[in-house]
Ligand binder design. Structure first.
Ligand code: ZN
Length: 274
């Protein structure tokens, strides 16, 4: 019987998990959840940085996020395939860690490696529990797989509030020095090395945060309805419908600019009157 962990996050390349759902990971570890990250490839097709460099950076980033362990497989950057051999390897990792949740790419992602990763996880979720499946380890199934949003947008099934963890996510992303920002004239410029990249990451988090009345959020999809234990307790944690912190701070600013004292401070009192 392997170890039990709370979250197994599976990314195609060494910085995917940090970039896409680093805030959620940081939040989980701050709640004393045990998280392990697996990078399916070593990122050897990347225009910048060597696989060794990226592996070192990934370990430092994982430390910043409070992750228990991180390791990479060598399943072929740019040529990741949903083969029976790769599925068996993933089944053995899942059976070894026995996570409550798996986080991975959405299967519709534009990047073929991301899409393959997401599809592979979907394909093994049933067989991972088969006693007679030709793979090592004890049969096991996680409680749920959460698919995160990379290149291709989808309507999220839920959004994780990462307000207190966005800075930690940015700090983890900055650990990937070979991938971000200007480093050397020899380095090939890529989308993620553009100066505006971090602003784009922030803009996305702000957009998804705004949808749930928070400042920052990270979107996820699941393949069945999200179960809810107590809807009242759940929704009490969040601002009322049609009220949001961003709307609230906008109102406070405009009130102050008119020289009047802001009359409202409780976000729950803010409602749009129809
Ligand atoms: Zn990637």
């Amino acid at each position: 019987m392997g170890k039990f962990i709370d979250v197994l996050a599976i990314g195609a390349h060494p910085d995917d998990v940090d970039l896409i759902c680093g805030g959620t990971i940081a939040k989980m570890t701050s709640h004393s959840r045990s998280v392990v990250i697996v990078d399916l490839t070593r990122g050897e097709m990347g225009s910048r940085g060597t696989p060794e460099e990226r592996e070192r950076e990934a370990r430092v980033a994982a430390d910043k996020l409070g992750v228990r362990d991180r390791f990479s497989l060598d399943l072929g950057d740019g040529v990741l395939e949903n083969t029976s051999d790769n599925r068996r390897k993933l089944i053995e990792i899942i059976r070894n860690y026995r996570p409550t949740l798996i986080l991975t790419h959405h299967w519709t992602d534009l990047h073929p490696d991301h899409a393959q990763a997401g599809q592979m996880i979907r394909d093994i979720m049933y067989p991972v529990g088969f006693a007679r499946y030709p793979a090592g380890g004890e049969p096991f199934r996680p409680n749920e797989v959460l698919f995160f949003m990379g290149h291709t947008p989808f309507v999220p099934d839920f959004i994780v509030d990462i307000d207190d963890f966005h800075d930690q996510k940015k700090a983890a992303i900055r650990c990937f020095a070979s991938q971000f920002g200007e480093r050397d004239v020899e380095d090939v410029p890529t989308g993620i090395s553009e100066p505006g990249f971090m602003e784009m990451i922030e803009a996305r988090a702000r957009y998804f945060g705004s949808l749930i009345g928070r400042t920052f959020g990270e979107p996820f999809a699941v393949t069945r309805p999200v179960p809810m234990y107590d809807p009242v307790e759940h929704y009490e944690r969040f601002p009322k419908i049609f009220s949001s912190k961003s709307w609230h701070s906008h109102r406070l600013r405009s009130d102050s600019s008119r020289g009047s004292k802001p009359s409202e401070t409780n976000v729950d009192d803010l409602e749009v009157k129809e």
